[in-house]
Design a protein. Structure first.
Lengths: 763, 104
């Protein structure tokens, strides 16, 4: 790949100026054309790649250039009055997560180019060290002999006298027990820097290179720092001991940066006043500090226990590339999935984005709800490169395409919420301000690309639709949904914010109709940053199918203060919203559904109009079946309405499928798809108040069956039957009492017995 | 952790003969062990296009480029995976997979 880019905004509206950031490698100029993506799947087994050019938007001979990305988080403090003191000191606590990485900066006022200033860091032997340089080439260094521990808190004191150049380093472990935990202290002669540092900013967790071009920062630290206190003197041992009872206990601070407040903010207030800091590149907030003792789980309850920021050398908020070109989107442009198609000789790249109807406007009765939050959560996932268990999970050796190889080698494009940072800690945040690989077309059939099986089908079946997005539902609430008679989800609407959930709940309570054409939906409770909508956050708390799990005490999201993790654990199970919830995942074969007697019920007759088959979806371009990848089932214990009809149920899943952790409180040998009692997808229908209804498929691979046999197949027919009826304003009548599937009408006692022994007593 | 046995070597050709969903439990156990190799230097497959595949190897560190193992081009990804399984058998047992030529 020699050309790559991202849109300035993930979502545009008709009439907007769509701006694009592009980086090229060895390409002097490129062309750009706006295309509507109908289907992004290029495989011969699927519908085939389909795009439509939008003639109004074309640009040619756009100059290409390589744009740099600066990855790694830090805090910077501009020069200010509190920094002019000739004697200076710092006290704070350190929690190093890769202590032997080498050349890690804890704090610095340092110009790398001129070797001017001072820097305090950790060397490759995990030792605390201080180095000063006077800008003439002379440097002096002081090193403490003992290594800082990995993943253990140590309070450090640092002093530097401007006129004498005297350096002081001291440490005191927070945990006073164990071997080698005695305090340490050393002093040494340094260099006189009086008056030479005035223009140098102070930085924590990285240091300035003194360059005007990238890289502007170097020496990134992996680990946590706790609220630093600045002194106008060298610290004493009493200062360190005072700090360990709380930074506010240190006497006569010149400044102190409190990481235990404004957890969503990048601005860090100086509690003394006048010297605020700025966090760059989204280090982790709402994480436990040295004082955390397990007596609280929520940072709002005891902020003093969460006075830490976790910095990583691979954090990224914004690539910050400059704009390369823009398109004025036509005012009458239909909503949908679009791309700026970039070409330069044989090179081609699609910068995909979404065009959504303007607020308060709609053109169709049908809305396709693009899972825009989920697309962001998956970008940019590296688990096929970094997680040793993925080959076992997939049951096959990893196969990479050119896009995968590019992402692996360009780590500066940042991680996904599926990844771990380079120090092993989970990634909380994801940003749209960078190339988003989960939105790539002509790529793996997942996320947005898999959702184009639905948009392709809607167009093939001549079903007019508007595209709307998670982000707009989050922002606009019910009003974004209420203009539509039916809302259709994507294949994998996994990540939902509270505002999205509430909007959908209200939509259904007001007679809305929802078609959930996916699996593993409504799974993780997610947050969108209240001021920076390009950012999302989640925590992998408590349980669920996870690629990392939250550290103790860190289940609450820094953006909103909400408890994260599974919706099933955090608030409402998906079964209450759509009747079904995740039961298993597996990625080798997909299976089929077998109809149940309920499919013949008069309430469900419209769904099966023209469908005589008993076996549904024994075909498809993902695993060969309509029931697969990630599957959901009904569960009255978790809230499936008693009047719901389980129309069909999948069967015959393979051993590569495994029941998700939240479905089995302890592990045993019969949780695989072949042996588990409940490893199946349920096809479900139920009515909601005021004439509404829900149709749920519970399978990611459902949509990959729609195009089979020229769209003439039972999955396509069923889906179309439901869309057309759901788009019909005629209300669904309230179902007769007792007309739901029998297994949904059990008493709570029956369900309790079932939960107790894991066996379905009713058979 | 499971230790591969000579009996597993005799089973492995089943990988070529059967669909994945029909693999015996014993073959699955052997395959699981062959998949549990360290990430550093792990053998992988690169799709050159939709019809050709090549054998490659992960680097030692995160972000290291994936390097091709040799020049062979495979037109069947399962055949490429078989070559990788043979390499891992050799790596884990110290001996080439016996009778693999017969299976092919």
């Amino acid at each position: 790949m020699k050309i790559i880019g991202y849109p300035a905004e993930l979502i545009y509206r008709p009439g907007d100026k769509a701006r694009f950031m592009v980086s090229t490698d060895g390409i002097a100029a490129f062309d750009a054309a706006l295309v509507r993506i109908v289907c992004g799947d290029p495989r011969e087994t699927g519908p085939g790649f389909k795009e439509t050019a939008i003639a109004a938007c074309r640009r040619s001979a756009i100059p290409g250039r390589k744009q740099a990305t600066e990855i790694g988080s830090f805090m910077t403090v501009p020069p200010g009055p509190a920094l002019v003191s000739k004697d200076i000191g710092f006290v704070f606590s350190v929690f190093a997560t890769t202590p032997t990485k080498g050349d890690q900066t804890l704090l610095a006022r340092w110009d790398e180019a001129r070797k001017l200033g001072f820097k305090i860091g950790i060397d490759e032997r995990a030792r605390l060290q201080m180095e000063v340089g006077d800008g003439t080439g002379a440097t002096a260094r002081l090193v403490l002999p003992r290594a800082l521990p990995a993943r253990g808190w140590t309070t450090v004191g640092i002093g530097f006298a401007g006129d004498s150049g005297r350096m002081t380093l001291m440490t005191r472990p927070v945990d006073q027990h164990g071997f080698g935990n005695e305090p340490e202290e050393a002093t040494g002669d340094g260099l006189r820097l009086e008056g030479k540092l005035a223009s140098l900013p102070l930085s924590f967790a990285a240091r300035w290179t003194g360059r005007n071009a990238a890289p502007k920062m170097t020496g990134f630290f992996n680990g946590r720092l706790e609220s630093p206190v600045l002194l106008a003197r060298a610290p004493s041992r009493a200062d360190i001991e005072a700090y360990q009872t709380g930074p506010e206990q240190v006497r006569q601070p010149a400044a102190w940066w409190d990481f235990g407040q404004d957890f969503a903010a990048s601005r860090i207030a100086d509690r003394v006043g006048g010297l605020d800091g700025e966090l760059i590149n989204l280090p982790s907030r709402g994480v436990t500090g040295a004082q955390w003792d397990g007596t609280c789980q929520r940072f709002q309850d005891k902020p003093a226990h969460y006075r830490a920021v976790h910095f990583h050398d691979d954090d990224l908020e914004d690539c910050g590339w400059e704009e390369s070109f823009s398109f004025d989107l036509p005012r009458d442009l239909a909503s949908g999935i679009y791309a700026a198609k970039l070409t330069a000789g044989p090179e081609e790249h699609y910068v995909v984005f979404l065009v959504e109807e303007r607020s308060g406007e709609s053109r169709a009765d049908i809305a396709f709800l693009a899972s825009s939050v989920t697309y962001v959560a998956y970008s940019n996932e590296h688990y096929d490169f970094d997680d040793p268990n993925m080959e076992m999970k997939n049951g096959a050796v990893a196969v990479y395409d050119a896009s995968d190889l590019y992402l692996n080698e360009h780590r500066e494009l940042g991680l996904s919420t599926y990844d771990r940072h380079s120090d092993g800690y989970g990634v909380f945040y994801s940003s749209t301000r960078r190339p988003l690989f989960s939105m790539h077309v002509k790529h793996k059939i997942w996320a947005l690309n898999a959702d184009t099986h639905i948009t392709d089908w809607l167009e093939a079946r001549r079903l007019p639709y508007d595209l709307i997005t998670d982000h707009a539902v989050h922002t606009e609430g019910l009003s974004r949904l209420s203009r539509y008679k039916v809302v259709i989800t994507g294949t994998h609407p996994e990540y939902w914010t509270t505002a999205m959930w509430e909007a959908m709940t209200r939509y259904l309570a007001n007679g809305g109709r929802l078609m959930y054409l996916g699996g593993n939906g409504f799974y993780w409770r997610t947050a969108i940053h209240p001021q920076k909508p390009w950012l999302i956050e989640l925590r992998r708390a408590e349980t669920g199918a996870r690629y990392w799990d939250s550290e103790p005490g860190e289940a609450y999201m820094s953006f909103t203060g909400e408890y994260s993790g599974l919706w099933r654990r955090a608030a409402t199970p998906p079964q209450k919203l759509v009747g079904i919830g995740t039961v298993a995942t597996g990625f080798d074969y997909s299976s089929y559904y077998r109809r149940r007697p309920e499919s013949k019920h008069p309430r469900a007759r419209f769904i099966f109009e023209g469908v005589k088959d008993e076996v549904l979806g024994d075909f498809g371009s993902i695993g060969g079946g309509a029931a697969g990848s990630e599957i959901d089932r009904a569960d009255p214990w978790l809230g499936t309405p008693a009047h719901a009809l389980i129309l069909a149920r999948s069967e015959g899943h393979t051993r590569q499928y495994n029941v998700v952790p939240e479905e089995t409180a302890f592990h045993h040998p019969t949780i695989n798809g072949q042996e588990a009692e409940k490893c199946f997808a349920d096809l479900l229908f139920f009515e909601t108040p005021k004439g509404g209804a829900v149709f749920s498929t519970g399978s990611i691979s459902w949509a990959a069956s729609l195009a089979h046999s020229g769209y003439a197949n039972n999955i396509s027919r069923i889906t179309e039957n439901v869309v057309r009826r759901f788009a019909d304003p005629k209300p669904f009548p309230e179902p007769p009492a007792g007309s739901g599937s029998a297994e949904l009408r059990r008493t709570r006692i029956d369900q309790g017995q079932e939960a107790y022994d894991g066996i379905d007593r009713a058979g | 952790m499971y230790q591969l046995t000579p009996e597993d070597g005799k089973l492995l050709p089943e990988f070529l003969r059967k669909e994945r969903k029909d693999f015996s439990l014993e073959l699955r156990r052997a395959l699981n062990r062959l998949r549990m190799v360290p990430l550093a230097g792990r053998e992988v497959i690169v799709a050159i296009d939709s019809k050709s595949w090549q054998l490659a190897r992960l680097g030692e560190q995160r972000g290291d480029p994936v390097r091709f193992i040799d020049d062979r081009i495979f037109t069947d990804p399962k055949r490429a995976e078989w070559e990788i399984l043979k390499m891992r058998w050799l790596r884990l047992t110290g001996s080439p997979l016996p009778n693999s030529a017969d299976a092919e």
